[in-house]
Design a protein around this ligand. Structure first.
Ligand SMILES: [Zn+2]
Length: 71
């Protein structure tokens, strides 16, 4: 049983390269998007309000890889 129920974890590419978990080197992740609030946006020095980050959660160890918008 996975963290998000029956949903299948999948491989993902980041910047054209297959993502491997930082911790356990697993290659399947659940994808979620997270709305960042204005305080977080300010902390990261974004110049737009309420950006959305992509979260890839390792199927094996649960480590969350966060990706902030880059464009
Ligand atoms: Zn992992």
């Amino acid at each position: 049983m996975g963290l998000f129920g029956r949903e299948e974890a999948e491989g993902h590419e980041v910047a054209g390269k297959p993502l491997r978990c930082e911790i356990c080197h697993h290659t399947k992740f659940w994808e979620r998007s997270a709305q960042l609030n204005t305080a977080v946006a300010t902390f990261f020095n974004f110049d737009w309000a309420n950006p959305t980050a992509t979260c890839l959660v390792c199927e094996n160890c649960g480590y969350i890889h966060w990706f902030l918008p880059t464009n």
